[in-house]
Design a protein around this ligand. Structure first.
Ligand code: PTT
Ligand code: SF4
Length: 624
């Protein structure tokens, strides 16, 4: 018996209000596995090149993988993907919430939204029915409020994904959120949802079916052993205490903790922001995705309630870095308040922290002034200004309207040669790792398939663990291996990567679980081939959208090459340009891509992507 898939896609045309069920193609399962693989295949086949991302013609995809919803571990996840309004290329994000499991129990591997509803709607999915329901009463409401209203009406066990005012107002880095603090789709998937007049999706699987599993007994045994393995790890207890915020101290020690809009890699107020402080003074609970044994959702509340109000939020490393040190905040109360605002308004904390940090730096340097900001005084550490800006961004009010466009468009609009302070790659803002002292991570951000995000490879940890000088080719092969596992396997099988990366659950054990679910006999080589196919197709998608491809598209922000660190043990360090170029060449060679960074004809054909060659050439994009 084969398993892991429900066998159906749901395609909803919001303009004509038609709902279609399509059989999940066997060839897609075999060649693309699921999740990100299905998403890019769908976009490649169905999206006209040059489609305006916020137009009805764009498609918004919610793609599960064969692992999603199965009783393995850390399987309550799905991929949200689309052509990104922030970058103009492929965009996706991974969200963990009960919606993911319920969608599959309702009978769907993937949902595609196309067109645009003529009034605000929410989409109700049950095993018996798919309906568009009026959401006029929810439009304008915050994410948490929206979810509470829907759950009060439909039952606590209903899975909900929704957007906030930022998505409605098409902020280019609005996300899709769920369950108080889960956020997915950094490159503006929430804005695409808003542009379609969709406020929420709900999945109610009360009368749903179990997901078919090829060998349930074997899966149970593997999952039992995997859970036992992670619980035995030395780091398990510490993980439950501090979660991803354990990275605060480590990044500081390695001069990669971003501060002051990535001007520095160390922060003088780090003690007030680190994992220990969080765990001792702010944390009151933990929560996680379905089937998770190592919940990373650290529920924190403000300590000084008289000053900051009684506010809580789910803190992660990224949120502490981007809404903390990167904008000069000095305590976790401030981070909690800003984080909660992002969650309620529906904006990505990473891009918000970058856009605000960029504005603070420009103001301090005198490049913009109160005339530009509409009378608002800005500067690092100005908590009240940060709070105001978040609301102005979500509502696209005054100066907030410009910040809502992201740092790349801000730089173009303001001019004055400020691109080098705009911390993004291809338009997506850099996540929480300063790279002055991490050239391998600078490459990682540069070549990431969605713009500057660490999802595909948290390479900085590998980079700091070993001395790679004299072994640069091996270094880039290590990066490739990491991408194949993280961006390939975990995003296509769709499973949380944290048991692997944080608690050292062997990758091979994950493949065994995939085989027990699907009934296939995948080995590492086959998984890596699927991964390479997905990466090559995503590259080709970008090239088709851009009408060309140049290696410059993979360059990180200029700041890391030009302005050395001025603080900490790595004072004076910056990325060496020649080294960067060398690393980029090795990276391209590892994948069989040419010196522009495009897969060669031979590589594409080896991966069974012959159709990409003809498509690109028909658009005058030379394939070498
Ligand atoms: C992810 C990005 C991250 S990565 C964080 S913290 W992290 C930020 N969290 C935000 C938030 O919170 N609120 C908000 N308004 N915006 C936020 N933006 C930021 O979004 C997340 C976890 C985490 S927490 C990480 S690393 C791992 N990511 C995984 C991944 O990408 N794939 C995968 N197979 N497994 C993963 N496991 C972990 O999941 P994006 P989530 Mg997220 C409050 O979505 O777009 O990928 O951006 O998904 O369910 O919240 O889980 O230190
Ligand atoms: Fe979800 Fe975190 Fe658990 Fe992963 S570790 S499944 S993101 S709660």
């Amino acid at each position: 018996m084969s398993g892991g898939y429900t066998g159906k896609f749901l395609k909803i045309d919001l303009t004509s209000e038609t709902v279609k069920e399509i059989e999940t193609p066997d060839a897609w399962k075999e060649k693309y596995l699921g999740g990100r693989g299905f998403a890019i295949k769908y976009l490649w086949e169905n999206l006209e090149a040059g489609t305006e991302p916020l137009s009805p013609d764009n498609a918004l995809i919610f793609a599960t993988g064969p692992i999603t919803g199965t009783p393995t571990l850390n399987s309550g996840k799905l991929v949200i993907a689309s052509k990104s309004p922030l970058t103009g290329g492929y965009g996706d994000g991974n969200i963990g919430t009960s919606f993911c499991v319920r969608l599959k129990n309702c009978g769907y591997d993937m949902v595609v939204l196309e067109g645009k509803a003529d009034h605000p709607v929410y989409i109700s999915i049950t095993p018996e029915n798919v309906e568009l329901k009026d959401a006029s009463n929810l439009w304008g409401k915050g994410v948490i409020k929206t979810e509470n209203i829907l759950k009060d009406k439909l039952g606590e066990r209903t899975g909900v994904l929704s957007i906030g005012p930022a998505g409605e107002n098409r902020v280019r880095y609005a996300t899709v959120l769920s369950e108080f603090g889960r956020s997915g789709g950094r490159p503006g998937m929430g804005a695409v949802m808003g542009s379609k007049n969709v406020k929420a999706l709900i999945a109610d699987s009360k009368n749903g079916k179990n997901i078919p599993i090829a060998d349930l007994e074997r899966l149970k045994e593997l999952a039992f052993n995997a859970r036992a393995t992670i619980k035995q790890r030395d780091f398990y207890k510490e993980w439950l205490k501090v979660g991803t915020t354990n990275a605060v101290r480590w990044t500081q020690e390695n001069s990669i903790f971003p501060s002051y809009n990535f001007q520095e890699g160390v922060y003088e107020h780090v003690d007030a922001l680190d994992g220990e402080t969080m765990a001792n003074d702010y944390k009151y609970g933990r929560k996680g995705c379905p089937f998770c044994q190592m919940p990373c959702g650290l529920l924190c509340e403000t300590k000084r309630k008289d000053k900051y109000g009684d506010i809580d939020a789910e803190l992660d490393y990224e949120n502490v870095a981007l809404l903390g040190s990167n904008i000069g905040m000095k305590n976790l109360d401030e981070v909690i308040v800003l984080n909660r605002l992002c969650d309620e308004l529906g904006i990505d904390t990473i891009s918000s922290g970058n856009s605000i940090g960029f504005a603070f730096e420009l103001f301090e340097k005198g490049i913009i002034d109160e005339e530009t900001t509409g009378g608002l005084e800005l500067g690092f550490g100005n908590f009240e200004a940060a709070k105001k800006l978040l609301k102005m961004i979500a509502n696209r009010e005054g100066f907030g309207d410009l910040l809502a466009e992201g740092t790349k468009r801000m730089a173009n609009e303001i001019g004055k040669g400020i691109e080098k302070f705009a911390m993004n790659v291809k338009g997506l803002e850099v996540s929480g790792y300063d790279c002055h002292n991490a050239p391998g991570m600078a490459v990682t951000f540069g070549v990431s398939p969605i713009g500057a995000h660490h999802k595909d490879a948290w390479f900085v940890a590998w980079e700091k663990r070993e001395d790679w000088s004299g072994r640069r080719k091996e270094e880039m092969e290590a990066l490739q291996r990491m991408q194949r596992i993280r961006g390939g396997f975990f995003e296509a099988a769709v499973m949380c990567r944290l048991p692997w990366i944080e608690l050292d659950l062997p990758f091979e054990d994950h493949i065994k679980m995939l085989n027990a679910v699907t009934g296939k006999t995948y080995d590492k080589k086959e998984i890596f081939e699927i991964s390479d196919r997905i990466y090559a197709l995503i590259r080709a998608f970008w090239a088709r959208e851009f009408g060309e491809w140049k290696r410059e598209h993979d360059y990180p922000p200029e700041r890391w090459f030009e302005d050395p660190l001025t603080e900490g043990p790595q004072e004076g360090v910056k990325v060496d340009r020649d080294l960067f170029e060398k690393l980029l060449n090795y990276y391209y060679q590892a994948y069989g891509w040419d010196e522009r960074g495009l897969p060669t004809e031979e590589t594409l054909k080896d991966l069974g992507l012959d159709f990409v060659v003809s498509e690109l050439e028909s658009r005058n994009i030379k394939v070498s």
